[in-house]
Design a protein around this ligand. Structure first.
Ligand SMILES: Cc1cc2nc3c(=O)[nH]c(=O)nc-3n(C[C@H](O)[C@H](O)[C@H](O)COP(=O)(O)O)c2cc1C
Length: 329
């Protein structure tokens, strides 16, 4: 039910025992930036190898190796290749590392260092040829060598820029996914309105339905699912904070079309709360909302959700939200 996807949210963010893993249904939405950057990393390494090979071939063809030997032992392109390869490998690795953001930063710094080194080496190399240090080739060969060096420099510089641009786009996409797909903890409050009344009658599970405004505020990542967390009713009679389960979705079992957000507070109340305010914090997902063959199956699923919520909310990570300042305001 909770497969490991190739990235983990930093430990400070997740709540609950399983929240460092991404639920199965959003796996692919999360994976595409990683697949994309993996393909990018492989492509970059291939490009670098080809450019490096071309440079080596050009060095081998040179009639006077001293020029290159005296100025830059392996040529600026090789250095560029080495540093870009390191950056590309880091990009590949971060996809499978815990704490994506830290590794993304390291890979980014490595790329910047690679570019700076390349520019300095290319500059030194070109200047040395221009100044005529070392055993110089004939004046006829000098412009040829210089223009070949500059051509390589330009190709590598453009490659560096393309690499950094694509890298930044990928990382921005990854960052957005992290932000939008790990909304925990999600704090919200709203007015309790009337639902269809099936909850307590047919399912034996009374629910407090949030008003439309509160439902509309939900981020896209909290959709068609069953979630767990804490709830507090703002009434004069009761100031307790209770465990709860919240369902978000169109209730496909009832062929519903409108998205609703319904909270079942795990406590027995003798009265209804229509018109009162309910504050909740959602700490994680239990499962996706689905349809069932009969009401009995839905009831069993709901009971299972309640047991799961009770168990997860007993963890220390979840307990810390029981007395969160959000509930004191
Ligand atoms: C914990 C929990 C899980 C639920 N899971 C589903 C579900 O998987 N599929 C579904 O159609 N409805 C699900 N529901 C929503 C119920 O269908 C809904 O609460 C019921 O229709 C009562 O709605 P009402 O308050 O508008 O009468 C769930 C409700 C709760 C409290």
């Amino acid at each position: 039910m909770y497969p490991t996807v190739p990235y983990y949210v930093p430990r400070s963010r997740p709540i609950g025992r399983y929240q460092h893993r991404t639920p199965v249904d959003i796996g692919w939405r999360l994976r595409w930036p990683f697949l994309f950057s993996t393909i990018l990393g492989v492509a970059m390494i291939l490009c670098i190898l080809v450019i490096g090979a071309l440079e080596v071939a050009s060095l081998a063809q040179s009639t006077n190796k001293d020029v290159f030997g005296n100025t830059s032992a392996t040529g600026a392109g090789i250095w560029c290749g080495v540093f870009l390869s390191i950056a590309a490998v880091l990009i590949l690795l971060i996809n499978y590392m815990p704490n994506v953001r830290l590794w993304a930063k390291i890979a980014f710094i490595a790329t910047i260092v690679a570019v700076c080194f390349t520019i300095i080496l290319i500059g030194l190399d070109a200047k040395a040829v221009q100044d005529g240090r070392g055993a110089l080739p004939s004046s006829f060969e000098k412009p040829k060598i210089l223009s070949a060096q500059l051509a390589f420099a330009c190709i590598e510089f453009v490659l560096c820029l393309i690499f950094i641009t694509i890298y930044l786009i990928v990382q921005a996409a990854v960052g957005r996914h992290i932000m939008t797909n790990t909304p925990w903890p999600y704090f919200t409050s709203g007015t309790i309105v009337h639902g269809f009344g099936r909850g307590s009658k047919e399912l034996g599970c009374p629910t407090a339905n949030f008003d439309e405004e509160t439902v509309d505020k939900l981020p896209s990542s909290i959709d068609q699912g069953v979630y767990y967390g804490w709830a507090k009713l703002l009434t004069k009679r009761n100031n307790e904070i209770y465990k709860m389960v919240t369902s978000v979705g169109t209730n496909p079992f009832y062929n519903g079309e409108k998205k609703s957000m319904e909270t079942h507070i795990i406590h027995e109340f003798p009265e209804d709360f229509y018109g009162e305010t309910l504050k909740i914090v959602l700490l994680g997902e239990i499962r996706k909302m689905t349809t069932f063959n009969n009401a009995g199956e839905l009831v069993a699923a709901i009971q299972n959700d309640i047991s799961t919520a009770k168990e997860r909310l007993d963890s220390d990570e979840c307990r810390q939200y029981h007395n969160h300042s959000f509930f004191q305001q």
